[in-house]
Write a protein that binds this ligand. Structure first.
Ligand code: FES
Length: 164
């Protein structure tokens, strides 16, 4: 199973980027697309990180300061969380019905952390995304940017253990 996920990592990552690009295209790459694009990034990546904010600033031709201004002004946006590592769990329908609640339960058992929180030692932040565009790999998680598909709860905690 892990092999399938690894093989698909590149493609899956592209899919997330494609979803973000599609949002910008839909809005004609206008600066008005900024908020929609930030929403789109958060939906597929779980949070807004520096690389993506720079990418959007460049693509929409708006100053990076403005992008950061918008990203920090609205409470519904989450900037890269404070944990040393991130585990984004996709909670879209396909992933959810294929076992996301059990994944959260196992993460909580092992690391005492809920979705949206960071462990007390600051090692790992657990986040959610709405659909990372890889429903064929459900349930899917993204660990430090690397997508793992068709994961079991045990695999997720084991992979987190390897990161920290
Ligand atoms: S619902 Fe999880 S990748 Fe689409």
């Amino acid at each position: 199973m892990e092999q399938t996920a690894k093989k698909n990592t590149g493609a899956a990552r592209d899919k997330r980027q494609k979803l973000v690009d599609a949002t910008m295209r839909r809005h004609g790459h206008s600066t008005y697309a900024l908020i929609e694009t930030l929403h789109s990034i958060q939906e597929v990546y779980g949070y807004l990180d520096d690389d993506n904010l720079r990418y959007v600033a460049h693509a929409l031709r708006v100053p990076l300061s403005k992008v950061y201004g918008v990203a920090t002004f609205y409470h519904f946006f989450t900037l890269k969380p404070k944990g040393e590592h991130t585990c984004v769990v996709c909670t879209g329908t396909a992933c959810y019905i294929k076992g996301v609640p059990a994944i959260f339960k196992e993460i909580k058992n092992k690391y005492s952390v809920n979705p949206g929180e960071t462990t007390e030692d600051g090692k790992i932040s657990v986040l959610t995304a709405r659909c990372i565009g890889s429903c064929g790999l459900a349930p899917a998680v993204v660990l430090d940017g690397e997508i793992a598909g068709k994961v079991t709860p045990d695999e997720v905690v084991e992979r987190i253990g390897r990161l920290i």
